[in-house]
Design a protein around this ligand. Structure first.
Ligand code: AP5
Length: 217
């Protein structure tokens, strides 16, 4: 299964990706996670990407496309993958199509997680993440068992640098201008399905499974 998760920042893509990846045994590939890992390791890519992430802007297409071509060429992607945060521009989507056509493959489904903007601010400003293992929480909707501590590794959880109110606004503007056109792009390919992302986390996953049962083989 080759799936793309589309949706505004904070819609719940990363949260659902974890469940989808476990249920359907496909690797969860998040460009945001790749950039954050490189930033924390201070690699040349991380140093380059940091300035864009801190300002809520997109990392340039050619950088992102090259990373993803390498990643999708790895062995664990042979039987499918789940893309979270890529593509994010029409240029990236066309590059992905070209890459997949070259290996005689195609995207099975693009899931657009649909959440009204009003909910997104609450979700993003309340998000906390574990800097050690990457686990994600929400202070109200998905709190850790012990306040401020990661359930998985007991590290102190923190707010992402780009989850402050002003950066969230910038990221939503970037989404509207650069990523939303992908909805039309994938609709015209006949692979887009809209997931109601407003319910509780488990309800949203049920909506996802209802859509994927038609293509899971
Ligand atoms: P990235 O990490 O991809 O961020 P994003 O797309 O902005 O998405 P988020 O991670 O903010 O949100 P999400 O939809 O995954 O929501 P989550 O599940 O965490 O990208 C970061 C940056 O990297 C970009 O700004 C850009 O600079 C760069 N970048 C990445 N990809 C790029 C690309 N292709 N090209 C160029 N640059 C790129 O949920 C959010 C919160 O809500 C959590 O606290 C969660 O617990 C909670 N929550 C989730 N679901 C529910 C629910 N149903 N009910 C209640 N709470 C919920």
């Amino acid at each position: 299964m080759k799936i793309i998760l589309l949706g505004p920042p904070g819609a719940g893509k990363g949260t659902q990706a974890k469940f989808i990846s476990e249920k359907y045994f496909i690797p969860h590939i998040s460009t945001g996670d790749i950039f954050r890992k490189n930033i924390s390791e201070k690699t040349p890519l991380g140093i380059e990407a940091k300035k864009y992430l801190d300002e809520g802007k997109l990392v340039p297409d050619e950088v992102t496309i090259n990373i993803m071509k390498n990643r999708l060429g790895m062995d664990d992607c042979k039987n499918g993958f789940l893309l979270d945060g890529f593509p994010r521009t029409v240029t990236q989507a066309k590059a992905l199509d070209l890459f997949l056509n070259g290996i005689d493959q195609q995207i099975d489904k693009v899931l657009l997680i649909d959440v009204p903007k009003g909910l997104i601010f609450d979700r993003m400003t309340g998000r906390r993440v574990c800097p050690s293992c990457g686990a994600s929480y929400h202070i109200k909707f998905n709190p850790p068992k012990i306040e401020g501590k990661c359930d998985v590794c007991n590290s102190d959880i923190v707010q992402r640098k780009d989850d402050t109110q002003s950066t969230v606004k910038d990221r939503l503007d970037v989404y509207d201008k650069q990523t939303e056109p992908l909805i039309g792009y994938y609709k015209s390919q006949g692979v887009l399905s809209i997931v109601n992302g407003t319910g509780e986390i488990n309800e949203v996953f049920q909506n996802v499974k209802n859509i994927l049962k038609d293509i899971h083989r």
